[in-house]
Ligand binder design. Structure first.
Ligand SMILES: Cc1ncc(COP(=O)(O)O)c(C=O)c1O
Length: 374
């Protein structure tokens, strides 16, 4: 028996993912592209996105958690998978069993992998050159690299990397300075030619050619979403958004002047209006505040303002005096006719970024995958 389908879903265009990756492969060649599919592929679905990214030319994949890597392996994905941070010691066995390239930045991280029976496991050493999140401090980098080398043949030094905190603000001089410091550090390590050096996220790949090194870790831009407003034009020129969030009208009514609507009765109608209800709410990733910040959805190719606070499972929009019927399609993110609402627009209105919007699309929203039949 197939599960009942909801009238709220996310369409994911896998051809867009593949072609976005291919555009980046061209842009950064001869550097490789590794597709970042953590957090369920930024809400798009890790396994389908990973498969599409590899078709588009990605050499490898990256995830945040050992469990995310295991999910890829269980789906039959055999490509290199890098886990971007050290994992709890009790994940070491899974990293080893599933041949997940492991990030280390401490002797404890090295020991856990050796203790779990690693035999020729690739590890990448992460050095903190400015993000101040995780990574070995520069002055101890050589020690951790030496610990990995000493752990041969259990471990093999496969890479050395760092992360850029402000590459999405291309005019800020911090990134160029950080890249110089990273270059000095890795030059001092006397690395073999096959050790992969990397630093760039999407913004680094776009705005800082010096950050491309051997590979770029391509996240947000692979999904057709810009890392920042400064990089919107460049991202749009290279990519297409892959995800649309859609719903269908589940209820329609006419309201009178003076009517108030939704929890707290915060919205009052100054004119009579036709109100459509959509069966999608904050449990699906539409923030309650989308009303307060003037959010709208597309119905009939036009923007329809959200009226009243978004509830857990449903929200209401005003269609003025236009005809609207139960079953009509509404677009919350994506294109309808000549109108377009982006994840970046949601982010800007809510004081956040497109990343948080797509990652926040709830697990109960079915993802519907589209690809060309060939
Ligand atoms: C270490 C690391 N590399 C690469 C990425 C990809 O970044 P972006 O999505 O900005 O391309 C991330 C994402 O947060 C990350 O944490």
């Amino acid at each position: 028996m197939t599960a009942p389908q909801r009238w709220a879903w996310a369409d994911v265009d896998l051809d867009a993912i593949a072609s976005n990756v291919a555009s980046f492969c061209d842009l950064v060649a001869p550097s490789q592209v590794w597709a970042v599919v953590k957090a369920n592929g930024y809400g798009h679905g890790a396994v389908p996105v990973a498969t599409a990214a590899l078709l588009g030319g990605a050499h490898g994949l990256a995830v945040a958690l050992a469990g995310e890597g295991v999910e890829l392996r269980r789906a039959g994905i055999d490509a290199p998978v890098l886990v971007l941070s050290e994992q709890p010691d009790d994940s070491a066995a899974a990293l080893v069993e599933h041949r997940l390239i492991s990030t280390v930045y401490s002797r404890g991280g090295v020991d856990a992998l050796v203790g779990a029976g690693a035999a020729g496991l690739d590890v990448h050493v992460k050095v903190d050159t400015g993000m101040q999140r995780v990574g070995v401090q520069p002055e101890s980098l050589a020690d951790v690299v030496a610990a990995v080398r000493d752990a041969a043949p259990a471990l093999r030094l496969g890479g050395v990397f760092t992360h850029l905190p402000i590459a999405d603000e291309p005019d800020d001089p911090f990134t160029a300075d950080q890249l110089r410091r990273f270059d000095d550090l890795r030059t001092g390590l006397d690395l073999d030619d096959d050790v992969l050096v990397h630093s760039a996220n999407s913004a680094g790949a776009l705005a800082h050619p010096a950050a491309r090194h051997d590979l770029v870790r391509l996240g947000i831009a692979m999904y057709g979403i810009a890392p920042s407003a400064e990089l919107a034009e460049q991202t749009a020129a290279l990519t297409t958004p892959a995800l649309s969030l859609r719903s269908r009208v589940s209820f329609v009514k006419r309201v009178a002047v003076g009517s108030r609507i939704s929890y707290g009765l915060r919205h009052r109608f100054d004119l009579p209006a036709t109100v459509a209800t959509l069966p999608i709410g904050y449990a699906d990733g539409v923030p309650r505040r989308r009303y307060e910040v003037g959010g709208s959805v597309l119905i009939g190719g036009r923007r329809r303002p959200i009226v009243g606070v978004v509830t857990m499972d449903q929200l209401m929009v005003s269609c003025g005096d236009d005809d609207v019927a139960i079953g009509d399609e509404a677009v919350l993110i994506g294109r309808q006719g000549d109108e377009h609402i982006t994840a970046e627009e949601w982010g800007a209105s809510l004081g956040t970024i497109g990343y948080e919007i797509v990652c926040g699309i709830g697990a109960r929203v079915p993802r519907v995958y589209h690809r060309n039949p060939e």
